[in-house]
Each structure stands twice: as structure tokens, then as C-alpha cells.
Design a protein. Structure first.
Length: 365
């Protein structure tokens, strides 16, 4: 096993070995997600930034196992003969299906005796309903729809995508460099602001959700109309620019006082001169990467075998299969509460937003 475990970077090797003890041995891990302490998340971050040693990080994971927060079982019995996997409807089915079928063949090789089927629906609601009624067993999902699937169908996140060495990016507040009146997220209240879109994770959900959950904005009602009314009451004006670049351009042209988006948006979309005209005044918090979720009805043995197989996409000889699907570099074991739970509370706080998120991916509309 050790000789085969060749992943993209040294850190991903160790992180997979440590977190994925769930997958590389005939064992199953059931994370009591509500009991996972915040310090383990901090420890993982410190290790990723080389602030603590690999031994210290491994010891912290051993503590989770020894204390029963992560439970290990020797059970790995696959009790099904067929599994159906759904895929994020982000491109035409004709383009995505051949890539998905390569994963289908890979999984059938890794789990003999199980017939895998792939589905690429036009919308996330098909996947969620399929998981709820037992027609879909697992699926690759964006963060928002994954949380909605968890709420509506009991789906559980078991793997997080690694992109550019990270499993998240930071939601950030941007202003002009010479603006001294806005120094925090709360300071944007009463100002002219640009969101990316009403479904944007870093450009709306995280900043607006934080203002609501922290008590700075109150939504009077339980639908999208109430949410929009709260926006109108809380800012001098607001606009949904349509994307990171458009929001930043509104800021550069003095049409708004602040823009919301990702921490890397200016570097990605603006030239160096325009980048120098802006400053980040508040990093609101992380936005999680995409996940792989499984049905709540899947047995521990089947779940373990499936996670074990998917983690082997991290090996150099298999990695192209993963990269060709969505561009992810690796998959790391996780749980719903550990990876998307904190972000999910912001979706829940923004009433009516869950349907907007699902509609965003509806290719039939």
C-alpha cells in the first residue's frame, strides 16, 4: 500500500494517509461529527501551513480515534450489487458523460461484483430526490446543493475535493484602497455594495449569512421576498453584479463602496494596476470545496469500500480520471459537519435561498 500511495504533493500524501485511515485499511470510520472539536480543524490548518510537525498532526488524529470521536470498525462487507452515482450538472451531459463513464469503469475494477451506473441529470433536484427515494446512492455536489441534500434527503458528505492544494477559499470584503470608512464586514451596512449573485457562495451567502447569524440583519418573514426586503433595509443600495470581475469593476468605477467575493478574485480578474487600487478589509471566513455525498441508507461496509476506491483516484496512475471530471487534484475524507456544516448554517439563515441555489443549476430552465 505504501509504495502505491503516490499523490500530487507530499502534504496530500500525509493528509490522505492520516485522514483516510478510513479507507486504506479494511475499516470504516463513523465520525461523530457533532463531537469533532474545533481544535482539530485548527490543527489541520497549522499543519498545512507548516506551523506544526507531521508527527504532531498524526498524533492529533490518533487522539480522535483513541477518544472514540472517530470510530473504527473492521466491517467492510459490500451488501449491494448495484450503485448509482450522480454528477454535478455543470456542463452538457454529452460532454460530462464520457468522463463519468471512465470513473464508472474504475470503480467496477476496484469493487468487483458491483455494477456501477452514472447519471448526469439536468438539475440537482433530480439527484436530491433520487437520494431521498433510493434511486441514487452517491453524488458529486457543489457545497450549497450538498447541504440542501443533507437537509432534505439525509445525504452525508464523505469526501472533499482538493483544488490548488486547498479544500476551501476565503470570502472577502473589498473596498477602494483610499476608503477609510469601511474597516469590517459590519461597516458595509448602510453603504452601497455589490454582491456577485444571490447564489454566490463568497459573493453573497457567506457575507450576508454572517450578518444575519451575527444579529446585524433581521429577516422579517420566511421566503425570498423577505430576504430581499432585508437587503433593501440594510444597505443604501445593493446590486447583483453577475460575477467576481463585474462586482470589482463596479467598485473600481465608484458605483459601490464595497464588493464581496473570493480572496483571489482581484489577482485572477484584474491587472496589477487595478489590483493596487483595492484592499481587502475583512476576511469573512472559508467557503468549502465541492464534496462527494452518499445516501443515509448506505451501509457502513459499502460506504467504506466506496470511499476506499475513490481515494485511490489520488494515486498518480489514476489521478487523470479525477482531474478530467471537475479539475480536482484529490479527494480527502471528511464529514458533513466538519466540511460544510458551518457554511450550511448561512444557507439556512437566508430564507428562500435554498430553492434559488437549486434553480441556478437547473439546465431545463
Amino acid at each position: 500500500m505504501k509504495g502505491k500511495f503516490k499523490i500530487i504533493t507530499r502534504k496530500l500524501i500525509l493528509l490522505s494517509i492520516t485522514l483516510v485511515a478510513v479507507a486504506v485499511f479494511p475499516l470504516a470510520v463513523s465520525a461523530q461529527s457533532d463531537a469533532v472539536p474545533s481544535w482539530i480543524k485548527n490543527t489541520a490548518g497549522w499543519w498545512a501551513d507548516d506551523k506544526i510537525s507531521e508527527i504532531e498532526f498524526v498524533n492529533s488524529m490518533e487522539y480522535l480515534i483513541d477518544s472514540g470521536i472517530i470510530q473504527i470498525s473492521s466491517q467492510q462487507n459490500v451488501d449491494v450489487s448495484e450503485l448509482t452515482i450522480g454528477f454535478i450538472p455543470v456542463e452538457k451531459a454529452d460532454d460530462l458523460t464520457p468522463k463519468a463513464e471512465s470513473l464508472e469503469k474504475f470503480l467496477e475494477q476496484k469493487i468487483p461484483g458491483v455494477d456501477f451506473k452514472v447519471v448526469v441529470p439536468n438539475n440537482y433536484e433530480t439527484i436530491i430526490e433520487g437520494m431521498k427515494f433510493g434511486h441514487i446512492d452517491g453524488a458529486f455536489m457543489d457545497t450549497g446543493p450538498a447541504w440542501i441534500a443533507h437537509n432534505r434527503a439525509g445525504a452525508e458528505a464523505v469526501l472533499a475535493e482538493v483544488v490548488k492544494g486547498k479544500v476551501n477559499y476565503q470570502a472577502t470584503v473589498w473596498t477602494k484602497a483610499d476608503n477609510n470608512s469601511i474597516n469590517s464586514l459590519e461597516d458595509t451596512l448602510g453603504k452601497k455594495v455589490a454582491f456577485t449573485s444571490i447564489t454566490g457562495s463568497s459573493g453573497f451567502v457567506r457575507p450576508m449569512g454572517t450578518l444575519v447569524t451575527d444579529g446585524h440583519i433581521k429577516i422579517e418573514g420566511d421566503d425570498i421576498i423577505a430576504l430581499k426586503a432585508a437587503l433593501a433595509d440594510s444597505f443604501e443600495s445593493y446590486t447583483f453584479a453577475g460575477g467576481y470581475k463585474a462586482a470589482l469593476q463596479l467598485l473600481l468605477n465608484d458605483h459601490v463602496d464595497a464588493a464581496f467575493g473570493s480572496d483571489i478574485a482581484p489577482k485572477k480578474y484584474l491587472d496589477p494596476v487595478d489590483q493596487g487600487k483595492l484592499k481587502a478589509i475583512d476576511t469573512i471566513g472559508p467557503v468549502p470545496s465541492h464534496v462527494f455525498v452518499v445516501s443515509s441508507e448506505m451501509s457502513v461496509g459499502t460506504k467504506t469500500a466506496l470511499v476506499n476506491a475513490l481515494v485511490q483516484l489520488n494515486y498518480a496512475e489514476n489521478n487523470d480520471i479525477l482531474r478530467n471530471i471537475y479539475g480536482a487534484e484529490a479527494l480527502l475524507p471528511t464529514s458533513t459537519s466538519m466540511h460544510i456544516g458551518d457554511f450550511g448554517k448561512f444557507i439556512d439563515a437566508l430564507v428562500g435561498l435554498d430553492q434559488k441555489i437549486l434553480d441556478k443549476y437547473n439546465k431545463g430552465s
